[in-house]
Design a protein around this ligand. Structure first.
Ligand SMILES: [Zn+2]
Length: 385
């Protein structure tokens, strides 16, 4: 991605550092009409902090041949990020080979969604707490992959950008507006996209947008501040309270009796599922605790709505949203309504309801989005449009 706004009519020319493989990669423009119209099969892979998933995006935009394995992470291997990157590259190539062998038609396009912060102009991966912990990275996966399988066209994209591109084919959204993808899973991130052009605005110098999980935040429970560190190492970020790992940490700190939990379960990895059951059963303490952990995100979305009213839809996906379901959405909207948007909420109490919504809960949105994005790139291997 260039530092400049992209549109279908602008051809970005970006300087891309040569990878060790020296595979020449030229920047390509992204065509939203091509992305919507193409039915080309794409091998699609999504590397998240919990699961690595893969399959083939079909002409009908279903994902077939779906497979998954537990994510390779620094937490799991106990080694440095470089080891995780090497193992990840091997898995991507092996999985692509399997998919191509099994698919009845040739596949020459492979799209990878990566759960890490990327400089989208260069394809450089700078870090990603769920995969790499607190370590900063300097990884250029697109070049490495193109060197391993040069006959395939590669597209590597941040996973939240992939979720944003999936919105280009969501016919419940007015496609002349701007929308945002918000994922709440192991980590939290956010991305806006102009649906008419497919343009994702990014920082001119660093290529980033929407790393809202790492904004400063706070959380209160039982009249006291809850102290928690983010996966990135900093104290009190939004993710420290509101991400899957953040909520798990909160549930370990708060007495289980406060939310109707069993003290034995509260100390285990199954604590979020137990919390979800208490929420679904309508336990008063569980509902209040849910409101406490959605409040940090509600504050971010309130500020965003105030500052950028062009964003008409915020579409939530991710394991936390899917696991806690409609009560999660109701809690987030409820917090937004209580906080209130000056000049609007008093006249329109339901202002947030159509704007804050859930996306599909099949966990495949990033796979679809990264494939849709890859179809819209005009030619040559590239990391982003
Ligand atoms: Zn953080």
């Amino acid at each position: 991605m260039t530092a400049r706004p992209l549109s279908a009519s602008r051809v970005p020319v970006t300087a891309r550092p040569l990878s060790a493989s020296r595979v020449p990669v030229t920047a390509r423009r992204f065509s939203v009409s091509r992305a919507r119209a193409s039915d080309r099969p794409v091998a699609v892979l999504d590397l998240g902090g919990t699961w690595f998933r893969a399959g083939v995006l079909t002409g009908g935009d279903t994902v077939e041949g779906l497979r998954r394995r537990p994510a390779v992470t620094t937490r799991g291997t106990g080694g440095p990020a470089a080891d995780v990157q090497r193992l990840t590259t091997d898995w991507i190539v092996d999985t692509l080979d399997e998919l191509r062998a099994e698919w009845p038609a040739p596949i020459d396009l492979c799209a990878v969604s990566l759960g890490a912060a990327m400089d989208d102009r260069t394809g450089r991966v700078i870090g990603g707490a769920p995969l790499f912990g607190a370590e900063t990275t300097d990884w250029h996966p697109a070049g490495e992959l193109a060197a391993r399988r040069p006959e395939v066209t590669w597209a590597v994209l941040n996973d939240v950008s992939a979720l944003a591109y999936a919105l280009l084919k969501d016919d419940t959204l007015d496609q002349s507006r701007t929308a945002a993808a918000l994922t709440v899973s192991t980590g939290i991130a956010y991305r806006t996209i102009d649906l008419a052009t497919g343009r994702i605005p990014r920082d001119r110098r660093y290529g980033l947008q929407g790393e809202v999980g790492h904004l400063p935040s706070r959380m209160e429970w039982d009249g006291a501040q809850v102290a928690a560190d983010c996966d990135c190492g900093a104290p009190g970020h939004v993710s420290a309270f509101a991400s899957g790992r953040g909520i798990e940490g909160v549930l370990h700190r708060v007495p289980a009796s406060d939310w109707g939990g069993d003290p034995d379960t509260a100390a285990t990895a199954g604590v979020i599922a137990a919390f979800g059951r208490a929420v679904a059963a309508g336990h008063d303490g569980a509902r209040r605790l849910l409101d406490a952990v959605t409040a940090p995100l509600a504050e971010v979305l309130l500020a965003q709505t105030c500052l950028n009213p062009q964003v008409e839809y915020t579409v939530l996906t991710g394991g936390v949203v899917d696991g806690l379901g409609d009560p999660y959405l109701a809690s987030l909207r409820g917090n937004l309504g209580r906080l209130g948007l000056y000049g609007i909420s008093d006249r329109d109490p339901d202002y947030f309801a159509p704007r804050i919504r859930r996306g599909p809960s099949d966990g495949l949105c990033a796979l679809r989005g990264v494939g849709i994005h890859a179809r819209g790139l005009v030619d040559g291997s590239e990391h982003t449009p």
